[in-house]
Design a protein around this ligand. Sequence first.
Ligand code: SF4
Ligand code: SF4
Length: 342
Amino acid sequence: MPDTNKVRKVSIIKNTEKPIQNYRFISQTIFMLITIWIGIEYAIFIFRLEGNALEVYRPSGVESFLPISALMSTVYYLRTGIIHAIHPAGFMIFAGIVAMSFYVGKSFCSWVCPVGFISELVGDFGEKIFKKKISMPKFLDIPLRTLKYLLLLFFASSIIPMSAIELRFFLDSDYNIAADIKMFEFFRSLSQFSFIVLMSLLVLSVLFKNFWCRYLCPYGALLGFIGLFSIHKISRNTETCIDCSLCDKACPSKIPVSKRKLVISDECTSCVQCIDVCPVKDTLEFRTLPAKTYSNKLVVLITAVIIFTLILSAGIISGKWNNSVSTAKYKELYENRNSLGH
Ligand code: SF4
Ligand code: SF4
């Protein structure tokens, strides 16, 4: 039951700060358009390879879809201090995402990631159709949430013990150089089984908002773990909170914000929908640790996106973005794509 004394008190200190979901939508849309642009350029790259063009241009941004290679490059960098030359853009994008997560949780998921954006839009569509939010039963929700950690554990336990020589052997391999070509081929010649899996994921995402992100994305698992150590956390002022639970209802990650003093959760994506709906001034805010100062939500999130963009720009300016694989090598790999890795 809401505390009536508190309710009286808040009618004086109503939250007049504007919601920032429009800014989030703009950020997601911009990164989605960039991704579509990269996809178009990549398709042209493949068509030119097929057409035996003299020179081909491969957009390096496609390496954002090679997270395993990026993780291996990162471990290689930590071992040797060298950014491996085959997928440098993948390494820089990964570094940008990690930096963003240390700054403010899984903000990449709800402010940048195109897969997270699609997942959210599909979930919104489902809520419109069914006119309510459908939740996974609790007895399934918790075990399903561990799936993404098991996937992360599988990749991490395979990659982290590898020596620098083993890592370099893989990173230099034709299989790694052609990883994006193989990914393109996977989607272009989708098998019946893969099609059924993708369609099942789509249906599940309509039914359960953010199904992929919440249960299966190993990237999200890693960022959620890093986010536990991020310097910005959402803090609730228990003195002014009127226990209206609006924050709990707004949270797409089903975090009981109204029961927390500080939101420390691997599922929090820093979407700030909870702060946006809170009716009381200065009750839900970003707290900057360890200084324990409070920061404006829009400033925090825009800074996170700027950090990500700056790291990518640093990669482009310093020449750690495009690889030096020749057109002739790409043609050779493209011709032999079906035998790579066998
Ligand atoms: S609504 Fe609040 S607690 Fe829930 S995911 Fe978004 S920022 Fe985190
Ligand atoms: S923190 Fe949550 S429960 Fe408390 S006033 Fe704000 S929206 Fe209501």
